[in-house]
Design a protein around this ligand. Structure first.
Ligand code: CIR
Length: 259
């Protein structure tokens, strides 16, 4: 089994990104590119290969490839992003993904962002957010039931996506901010709560034996390290502050799949 990660370059128009919960701040394009390259380098250490989708400098949010697809072993579901400005990002990602998976699609009136989908084994938790609606969740359930996936809707409040509020950091371990999501929806799994001073700290990217995590959430990072080390998982810190101004986290910048 080889893992690859699909990424996409930071667009020169990133300053015009969609924003929902954050006020617009200047984004340093050069710094964002540098941080993204460092992220790719760390991620490249955990997967066999980084495969880049073509740059799309006229599409401000193109770097956030996660939102374009839900990739499973059996199939890739191209989403229909909730922000209209992001729908033109689909083609470039599908071009690459189509090399590795059969592709199916979410259709209107469904809207779905990949950032709202958390897979834990055969279960998909899908955030009901400002980007993802029930029509899309029903479509996803219908598309994936033949492959044996259970799709469960979870209400998200106070943040952009489900994975702003909770991500997996191990087989049965979650990192979450319970102010933004009902942790009981995830059953008896281990729950690591973010530090109260770092509400945006729940987005971590777990790949194999590594968790890639933003350096700026230092308190939660300490907490996470203490929990991960005994499980043999290492924490790799990356600078992610420029793309955080565009409301993106570490999961958002890649689609990880096995080939
Ligand atoms: C957006 O609002 O769509 C982008 N500015 C940020 C998307 C971040 N994606 C993600 O969390 N999966």
């Amino acid at each position: 089994m080889t893992r690859i990660a699909i990424t996409r370059p930071v667009s020169r128009s990133i300053v015009d990104c969609e924003l929902t919960h954050l006020a617009r701040e200047p984004i340093d394009y050069a710094a964002a590119v540098e941080q993204h390259a460092a992220y790719e380098a760390v991620l490249g250490g955990s997967v066999g290969e980084i495969v880049r989708a073509p740059a799309a400098h006229d599409l401000p949010d193109a770097v956030f490839v996660e939102d374009m697809a839900v990739v499973l072993d059996e199939v890739a579901v191209m989403t229909r992003p909730g922000a209209v400005s992001r729908r033109r990002e689909l083609d470039g990602v599908e071009q690459v993904l189509g090399r590795y998976r059969d592709v199916v699609r979410i259709e209107a009136p469904g809207t779905l962002d990949g950032g709202d989908v958390l897979r834990i084994g055969r279960q998909l938790f899908v955030g009901q957010s400002s980007r993802t609606n029930d029509a899309a969740i029903d479509q996803l359930r219908a598309l994936l039931s033949t492959h044996g996936y259970d799709v469960k809707a979870v209400n998200v409040h106070g943040c952009l996506h489900l994975k702003s509020a909770v991500t997996a950091v191990g087989v049965d371990s979650l990192l979450g901010n319970s102010a933004w999501i009902d942790r009981d929806a995830f059953g008896q799994r281990e729950w690591i709560e973010v530090d109260r001073s770092e509400p945006g700290a729940a987005n971590a990217l777990w790949v194999g034996e590594s968790v890639i995590y933003p350096r700026e959430h230092a308190r939660t990072a300490d907490r996470l390290r203490a929990r991960l080390q005994p499980a043999g998982i290492s924490l790799h810190l990356v600078d992610a502050c420029e793309l955080a101004k565009a409301e993106g986290g570490v999961t958002c910048c890649s689609l990880v799949l096995t080939t």
